[in-house]
Design a protein around this ligand. Structure first.
Ligand SMILES: [Ca+2]
Ligand SMILES: [Ca+2]
Length: 391
């Protein structure tokens, strides 16, 4: 069995090589460059701060950020708070505090959130969080009602999903047909991803009331697709297809097009089918390959489609937030949406780890940052409005 290196080891490895690069770069800058054409222009931090506007800078691991029908940012923090934030003033109101219920340990905590598509008549907020169950964790999907400025009337839609301190998936979206899609991670137990009877390592599909849709691949199961490791980005493209981003182990972070009944390979196939072992597995078990993969890994998080012309460089691109790579990716798809034909990188290591992205109806883009380390749970994380592309 393949041994996985914990994410922190990767981070430290990367950090050390970054440190080395930093000192080398500093020495080069001090010595100066003899060739004028290679002079490195100094970066003007003041200009950068002014161009991209910090909305708030005192959040702790903002995980999901949505643009509400009230034109406020709705933001979960992994420790257990749900916030409503004025995107213009940064004024922030905590509308739910689940810190007494939620288990934040490692990567677990209060994670995904979605708002009911007809919020004015059905003011429902869907939340995914982990909680302690004896010596282990479980995860649940619950629906809350927003009234008088706070969330209450919790109704549990799906409970007792095994959870852990790592690989909990938990991104949720509501499709145009009003189904809830929810990713789950392999909780570090990779063989469960291929077990159709386990809810971990899957994409799940539910009705808004928590029931199983009659047209699921198995009408008695929430499971929509299998073979996932830890998908933390999920979107429905205007073309109707479902895309997800997924963390690989020491290689092969992926973007997939997720289809009903598909097997996405983990832990037997990573990315595309290109090794003897992968070919042998795929001979008997059909596997859907990723449409792009990254080695070394970038730790992909939120993905979204950018249809606006407000930032023309991104029009009709798939935007991807990355944690370890601390970069925003703009990905160009082929006309049929099935292939990646281009990739641009923005803000490399400018804002730290980028967990989430959201677009305002007028095309303005906001990013939620998570500090510089996976273990940083401090109250120093930001939401930033992007006004300038500094690639
Ligand atoms: Ca895969
Ligand atoms: Ca492969």
């Amino acid at each position: 069995m393949k041994k996985e290196m914990p994410e922190e080891d990767f981070y430290n490895m990367k950090k050390n090589s970054l440190k080395t690069s930093f000192w080398l770069l500093s020495i080069l800058l001090i010595l100066g460059c003899s060739n004028d054409e290679e002079t490195i222009e100094p970066v003007d931090d003041q200009d950068q701060t002014a161009a991209n506007r910090t909305v708030v800078s005192n959040l702790s691991v903002p995980w999901e950020m949505l643009w509400g029908p009230d034109d406020f940012l709705w933001v979960t923090e992994r420790g257990g708070r749900v916030n409503r934030i004025d995107p213009e003033t940064g004024e922030r109101v905590v509308i739910a505090d689940l810190t007494g219920t939620v288990e934040q340990s490692g990567e677990s905590g209060l994670l995904g959130m979605a708002l009911h598509p007809d919020f004015s008549s059905s003011p429902f907020v869907y939340l995914v969080y982990t909680y302690r169950n004896g010596s282990s964790f479980n995860e649940r999907l619950a629906r809350f009602t927003y009234t008088d400025g706070s969330l209450g009337s919790e109704t549990i839609l799906l409970d007792n999903i095994p959870a852990g301190s790592r690989h909990n998936g938990s991104r949720i979206v509501i499709t145009p047909e009003s189904f809830i899609l929810m990713t789950t991670g392999d909780i570090g137990n990779s063989s469960l991803s291929q077990d159709v009877n386990s809810l971990v390592g899957k994409l799940l599909r539910l009705n808004l009331d928590g029931g199983i849709p009659s047209d699921n691949p198995d009408p008695n199961s929430y499971v929509y697709s299998i073979g996932h490791r830890n998908a933390q980005g999920l979107m429905v493209h205007p073309n109707g297809m479902i895309y997800s981003s997924e963390h690989g182990p020491s290689s092969d972070d992926e973007i997939n097009i997720t289809e009903a009944g598909g097997n996405y390979g983990w832990p037997n196939v990573l990315g595309t089918i290109d090794t003897p072992d992968e070919n042998a597995f795929a001979l008997n078990t059909p596997v859907v390959e990723s449409i792009i993969d990254w080695t070394p890994t970038i730790a992909p998080s939120d993905i979204m489609w950018y249809p606006s012309d407000q930032i023309p460089e991104w029009t009709d691109r798939l935007l991807l937030a990355s944690l370890r790579e601390q970069t925003l990716f703009a990905i160009t798809l082929s006309e049929d949406g099935r292939q990646v034909v281009g990739e641009q990188r923005y803000f490399e290591r400018e804002f730290g780890r980028i967990r989430d992205i959201v677009m305002a109806p007028d095309g303005r883009l906001f990013i939620a940052t998570n500090g510089s380390s996976f273990s940083d749970n401090s109250n120093t994380h930001s939401i930033i409005e992007i006004n300038r592309l500094s690639d």
